[in-house]
Design a protein around this ligand. Structure first.
Ligand SMILES: [Zn+2]
Ligand SMILES: [Zn+2]
Length: 162
């Protein structure tokens, strides 16, 4: 088999995703022997999943903020300053957004166990996970997004490889 990109050169490896022949140069283009098309497909789907998490994070923060706004509208008898209000909204938004980061972290570190639980068990499991997620999310939100930003830049760099 010859290289897909260089038909006159014998291939030394094949693309891990589609099996196309790759010559020495083409096989060393990325960390894994993978063809340009397949690698770009992988990059695209990884970027999409980062964007998806960003959207879910913003929605979670937004939903909690709106919920908070409505729940405090009737009960507030103390007048807060604008600065206090802004600060509170930031905290509430951050809390909502951090649940997503905490949840994703928990999902990533817990093995894929399938438990046979009655429905009440699932609800309890969900509540416990949500509770832990909201705690660790406070730390994980910035960590996750720093890492994701760096990864995004790395993906752009890989995409630019000729
Ligand atoms: Zn391929
Ligand atoms: Zn080649």
């Amino acid at each position: 088999m010859n290289c897909f990109y260089h038909p006159t050169i014998t291939s030394v490896a094949s693309c891990v995703d589609c099996g196309k022949g790759l010559c020495q140069d083409c096989a060393n283009r990325y960390n894994t022997p993978i063809c340009i098309t397949c690698n770009h497909r992988r990059i695209k789907s990884e970027k999409q999943s980062i964007l998806k998490e960003l959207i879910i994070t913003l929605i979670a923060g937004g939903v909690l903020t709106i919920f908070y706004m409505f729940s405090t509208q009737e009960t507030s008898d103390v007048e807060y300053s604008t600065l206090q209000n802004i600060f509170t909204f930031i905290i509430v938004f951050y809390s909502g957004a951090s649940i997503v980061a905490g949840w994703k972290t928990l999902t990533a570190i817990t093995p894929n166990i399938f438990l046979f639980l009655p429905i009440i068990g699932w609800i309890l499991f969900f509540m416990i996970k949500l509770f832990i997620a909201s705690l660790i999310g406070w730390f994980m939100l910035p960590i996750r997004w720093i890492r994701k930003t760096l990864r995004w830049k790395e993906l752009n760099k890989i995409e630019a490889i000729p």
